[in-house]
Design a binder for this molecule. Structure first.
Ligand code: NAD
Ligand code: LMR
Length: 325
């Protein structure tokens, strides 16, 4: 019997939290043999903490064999104590008409306190997945707050964008999503992101041979880049079930050696990104961590798109310069 992993989830009483916790507790994130202790972190507000009590009652009522305990708290020290994974979801979602970057000032500061608490109290092997928007820059802010947990252990989620891109390509080509491979997101989790259709394959053929270029350069990029806003407009609330699903994929991929997926990581200059920004990149999980997949061929169109999303990430970093030590 494996010893339990401690997994922190912030914003545990929120929309994504509600779609996420049951999947972690059932074994979908860490596998069918891995017990977990959930550290559920919320704001110190009665309404949120009461809602969290209700969620814990429901977790108990599922009688998940892998759920070895829960900790409910609004205290970051207690919440992140000895955790092996921190899923940072808690933060404000955008509303209609807003861009994710509009959340920077409000949400960015959350990651200062949480970054410090993780660095001081988490387990030495702790890994972090940031979902709260703007996710790339929030990961950069959090990682900058400490030294004990290396910056490369801080990742941000662009897996939802990858899944969206796969879904759109499959729908357009009239094939199963299983037939769409090699689909990677470069850059920011924002409309400037670049789903690199030139690398994607549909039924083992280049997507550019299966679908026409005007669709790929136009409607495809527009649909994937603005999918979050389209969901907010339709649902009146931001994506939750698909975001939770993408986080399960993101973490599961990062604990599965050999898996390749899009992850926002400290770029270290890969594919021309500024070395200090967190950029979506194709990442391969290794036995001890991950490595960026190098040497993929990108054409002039792709390079121009990557330069634009990099410029946005650099400008977000300038906006939050006061939150970086
Ligand atoms: P929500 O408002 O339903 O829930 C957020 C929860 O976080 C609330 O319960 C709130 O009390 C809590 N919270 C706020 N500040 C906190 C803090 N400092 N510590 C702990 N908890 C805190 O929002 P949601 O729909 O669950 O979305 C959460 C975030 O995820 C938003 O920023 C949203 O934009 C983002 N998001 C990102 C992606 C992505 O692909 N990266 C996808 C969907 C949503
Ligand atoms: C999404 O992509 O659905 C989330 O980032 C929510 C949003 O603000 O778009």
């Amino acid at each position: 019997m494996l010893s339990p992993l401690r997994v922190a989830v912030t914003g545990a009483a929120g929309q994504i939290g509600y779609a996420l916790l049951f999947r972690i507790a059932s074994g979908q994130m860490f596998g069918p043999d891995q017990p977990v202790i959930l550290h559920l972190i919320e704001v110190p507000v009665d309404k949120a903490m009461h809602a969290l009590e209700g969620v814990v009652m429901e977790l108990e009522d599922c009688a998940f064999p892998l759920l070895a305990g829960t900790v409910c708290t609004s205290d970051a020290t207690e919440g992140f104590k000895e955790v092996n994974w921190a899923c940072l979801v808690g933060s404000k979602p955008r509303g209609p008409g807003m861009e994710r970057a509009d959340l920077l000032k409000d949400n960015g500061k959350i990651f200062v306190g949480q970054g410090r608490a993780i660095d001081e109290h988490a387990a030495a092997d702790c890994r972090v997945a940031v979902v709260g928007n703007p996710a790339n820059t929030n990961a950069m802010i959090g990682a900058a707050q400490g030294e004990r947990i290396p910056a490369e252990r801080w990742t941000a989620m662009v897996r939802l964008d990858q899944n969206r891109a796969v879904g759109q390509l499959a729908k357009r080509a009239g094939v199963s999503v299983a037939d769409v491979t090699d689909t990677y997101i470069f850059g920011n989790h924002s409309p400037t992101m670049f789903p690199a259709f030139g690398l994607a394959k549909i039924g083992n053929r280049p997507a550019t041979e299966v679908l026409d270029g005007s669709y790929l350069q136009g409607e495809f990029l527009e649909t994937v880049g603005k999918r979050g806003a389209a969901i907010i407009a339709a649902r009146g609330a931001s994506s939750a079930a698909s975001a939770a699903n993408a986080l399960v994929d993101h973490v599961r991929g990062l604990v599965t050696p050999g898996k390749v997926q899009s992850v926002a990581v400290k770029s270290d200059g890969h594919y021309g990104f500024d070395p200090a920004v967190w950029a979506g990149l194709p990442v391969r999980t290794t036995e001890t961590g991950y490595e960026v997949v190098e040497g993929l061929t990108l054409d002039a169109f792709a390079k121009e798109k990557i330069a634009a999303t990099n410029a946005e990430l650099v400008s977000e970093r300038e906006t939050v310069a006061d939150l970086l030590p």
